[in-house]
Write a protein that binds this ligand. Structure first.
Ligand code: CO
Length: 137
């Protein structure tokens, strides 16, 4: 079951340039910076209540984030909904004819399992489903 919005992903060219807006202007707490090798990105995470804002900086030209910014520039990248059972969600999506980018869950930041839906099946909003390490927390 989808439980809440876990995070909103924002594509940035440089964490160093964008962190001050979120930390010093909005006053959000920076909870960590981590590299996600699978996606070739460095991620800065901020807390806003129960939701996280993730700034995504590409580490190479072939990072999906670099490719996104080539087409659309910096800005909103994806919305991530948290579920207590990512495999069940994915099989439900398949039954409903939803196109998936990831047919199997893969490793995300912060020990989560994630999967992306194809934007053509989600109103052009890149949509991620994620399950946290603790399952239903
Ligand atoms: Co995400």
């Amino acid at each position: 079951m989808i439980q809440k919005i876990n995070h909103i992903g924002i594509a940035v060219k440089s964490l160093d340039e964008q962190i001050p807006f979120y930390r010093d202007v909005l006053g959000l707490t920076l909870t960590g910076i981590e590299e996600v090798a699978e996606q070739n990105v460095r991620v800065a995470m901020f807390e806003v209540g129960e939701v996280h804002i993730e700034l995504l900086e590409p580490l190479s030209e072939n990072s999906p984030i670099a490719k996104f910014m080539e087409k659309k520039g910096e800005g909103m990248h994806h919305i991530a909904y948290q579920t207590d059972d990512i495999r069940e969600e994915l099989s439900g999506f398949r039954e409903k004819g939803i196109r998936l980018i990831d047919s199997e869950p893969r490793a995300g930041a912060h020990e989560t399992q994630i999967a992306f839906l194809h934007p053509k099946s989600s109103g052009r909003v890149l949509t991620e489903i994620c399950q946290t390490a603790g399952g239903s927390q």
